[in-house]
Design a protein around this ligand. Structure first.
Ligand code: FUB
Length: 336
């Protein structure tokens, strides 16, 4: 069985990057809580972030914990729930993107800047204008240097609250519809799945260069958007982007069907075509990941609940090597 990578804290949602020749991991920091499990995710009540680094991904693991790099109490707009973060490097600086509930209980995405991949990070006083929902994943195209932010998550992640066709605000955000709060999403004959969002990042990495738009995911057999009722393939949360051999790979969690899956496209803005499963369900409700090349090998970082013996909000990060077939398809990870 793959051993946990980090064992002294509960960690989840690992976003891994190669910075300065090492692997840096930006995970959620899970903690114990008395909040009862519900489908809105209230029990995921995290309050700070740690950063980790390592020079080798083969066991036995030697991972450095760089300590707390950002706390909820240090961000003026945040009320609670520091969920899955990601980091980017551009212009010699490091940027931590993080979702959290604002003082009205609405998920927004913040950005914090630092001089080093190991932090600390200083957050902007307001969330990124035009951002909403959860699970930011930043991607700096290795060939063009252009940077993008992907985001969105259903149910507790509130993405379904932004479906209104009414006039968007000045940042292009549709009106928030609180009728959709909770574990809800479109369903039924003819309903299309909601898409994740993507926005090009501004040169200073603190804002969007243009409004977030849909990242279209098509079913290969029809060429049409994936139907809402197709819970084995529709986007739920945990966006991630990587590039290999000129192809863009958008991967994500299917949420209540518990798969990690991926879609392939020719542009970081899409469209993408669903291509298959990467990881079967793991112990625990959530599954969330990142994919990165390190020292000529490709790695899937993910989490399960091995250490807590299945407590869904007390997770541990793992890493496993992945392989591609000759056509560029990702070979599904063998469960162990
Ligand atoms: O860690 C809190 C939430 O659980 C994340 O934002 C989701 O992706 C899921 O892993």
């Amino acid at each position: 069985m793959t051993p946990p990578l980090i064992t002294h804290l509960y960690t989840a949602d690992p976003s891994a990057h190669v910075f300065e020749g090492k692997i840096y991991i930006y995970p959620s920091h899970d903690r114990e809580t008395d909040i009862q499990f519900n489908d809105n995710g209230d029990q995921y009540d995290m309050a700070d972030y740690h950063v980790f680094s390592t020079s080798s991904l083969d066991p036995p693991y030697e991972v450095t914990d760089h300590g707390v790099v950002l706390r909820a109490e240090d961000v003026p707009w945040v009320s609670k729930q520091l969920w899955a973060p990601d980091a980017a490097c551009k212009n010699g600086k490091y940027y931590l993107y993080f979702p959290a509930r604002d003082k009205e209980g609405i998920f927004r995405i913040g950005v914090a800047e630092g001089e080093s991949p190991s932090g600390p990070f200083k957050a902007d006083p307001e969330p990124v204008p035009g951002s909403y929902s959860i699970d930011p994943a930043s991607f700096v195209d290795p060939d063009t240097g252009d940077a993008y932010l992907y985001f969105g998550g259903l149910w507790g992640g509130q993405l379904q609250c932004y479906q209104s066709a009414s006039e968007p605000d000045a940042h292009g955000v549709p009106p928030f519809d609180s009728e959709w709060l909770g574990p809800k999403e479109p369903k039924g004959e003819g309903a299309k799945a909601l898409f994740p969002k993507v926005a090009p990042l501004s040169e200073d990495m603190h804002g969007f260069a243009s409004a977030a738009r849909d990242l279209v995911i098509l079913a290969p057999e029809t060429g049409e958007p994936i139907p809402a009722d197709d819970h084995d393939r529709r986007f739920f949360e945990a966006a991630w982007m990587h590039k290999r051999h000129e192809k863009y790979y958008f991967s994500y969690s299917t949420g209540d069907s518990h798969y990690l899956v991926y879609a392939i496209g020719d542009s970081p803005l899409g469209p993408f075509t669903y291509a298959g499963r990467i990881l079967e369900p793991v112990l625990g409700w959530t599954t969330h990941h990142s994919i990165v090349e390190f020292q000529g090998r490709w790695w899937l970082f993910h989490h399960d609940c091995e250490i807590s013996k299945g407590v869904s909000h007390l997770r541990n990060v793992k890493v496993v090597e992945i392989f591609y077939d000759d056509e560029g398809g990702i070979l599904p990870v063998k469960s162990d």
